[in-house]
Design a protein around this ligand. Structure first.
Ligand code: DAH
Length: 327
């Protein structure tokens, strides 16, 4: 009987280790350890033994039973970790899938990226500047002294510590020219802040993109060439562009640039620009006899509203996915 038990153990070991399908494990367990299984039938022969033999056989029975139980248990664990593919677990490929929405970039981000991309292709480098600024960068260095009437038109949020929230990205012109000497060509997108009452065309926070090019011999013709190229890339190759005389303290001469809208049958302003004022170059110690430059600034919300026909600036900031999903 001891012999038979040993043989049973060996066979069981082999069969268990050869088994690879989880679903067949239960049957195998019944074959060996079931109520009418091989273990029971071998063990029943204990009654044929002498009392001494019985003692030893009983111990062997216990050992073999425990061994087999442990083997089945560990096999069950290892098989349940393997994903079952070809057999058993059935996949119903006609069942509807799980929907996951992937989202998209905010329309203002998309417009900013598109504008930056156009200017990068024209050789401009992307730069950044702080949103909390000093009066020096927001005004003085841009040729807007304290008593200058133009200062009113850049209405400003002042902070307790004497600093302010920048009301224009033109600040970045100064920060760049302090550090980098010409030739330079930069494009600087970012947030600006003005204490305006919110309505369909005003928001206390909006976005601008500033551009600046300074080198020897830069002329108004260069400014026109670059901005015409931009307008046609952004709004389409047939876009009509016009320059209207305007005033900005930091450029001289200055212009407002309009594009023609067939839909509205009217000219629409898209940006301000001009030749960098000599006082601005002086403030950053660049020789205004040797170098000239042009600068421009545009509102991102305005570009997006014109491009996509959005009627109210507040849509961009309300985070209503029914609006945002359309872009
Ligand atoms: N900073 C001006 C504004 O906020 C926009 C602007 C106009 C920027 C002319 C310029 C420029 O660089 O040359 O209204």
């Amino acid at each position: 009987m001891i012999q038979a038990l040993k043989q049973l153990e060996t066979e069981a070991r082999q069969e268990i280790s050869a088994l690879s399908e989880f679903e067949k494990l239960a049957d195998l367990k019944i074959k060996y350890l079931g109520r009418k299984g091989l273990f029971v039938s071998v063990s029943s022969r204990i009654s044929e033994l002498t009392p001494e033999e019985k003692k030893f056989a009983g111990q062997e029975m216990n050992r073999v039973k425990k061994t087999l139980e442990a083997l089945f248990e560990s096999k069950e664990e290892s098989l349940s970790k393997v994903p079952s593919t070809s057999s058993g677990i059935k996949t119903d490929i006609t069942m509807p899938g799980t929907f996951s929405s992937s989202g998209n970039l905010h329309p203002l981000t998309q417009v900013t990226m598109e504008v930056v991309d156009i200017f990068e292709r024209l050789g401009f480098s992307l730069v950044d500047g702080p949103e909390v600024e000093t009066e020096h960068y927001n005004f003085e260095a841009l040729n807007i002294p304290l008593n200058h009437p133009a200062r009113d038109s850049f209405d400003t949020f002042y902070l307790d510590n004497g600093k302010l929230l920048r009301s224009q990205t033109s600040t970045v012109q100064i920060r760049v020219m302090e550090k980098v000497k010409p030739p330079l060509k930069i494009i600087a997108p970012g947030k600006v802040f003005r204490p305006d009452a919110t309505d369909a065309t005003h928001s206390f926070m909006f976005h601008q993109i500033e551009g600046l090019m300074v080198d020897e011999g830069v002329s108004f013709a260069d400014l026109k060439g670059v901005l015409f190229a931009f307008a046609r890339e952004f709004f389409g190759p047939k876009t009509r562009v016009r320059f209207c005389p305007h005033f900005f303290p930091f450029t001289e001469p200055s212009a407002d640039i309009d594009i023609w809208s067939e839909k509205r049958n009217d000219w629409l302003e898209i940006l301000g620009a001009g030749m960098v004022h000599p006082n601005v170059l002086k403030a950053v110690k660049i020789d205004s006899e040797k170098y000239t430059g042009f600068a421009f600034g545009m509102g991102v919300e305005r570009l997006a509203m014109l491009k996509y026909g959005v009627e109210d600036i507040r849509h961009f900031f309300e985070n209503d996915v029914r609006f945002l999903r359309q872009f």
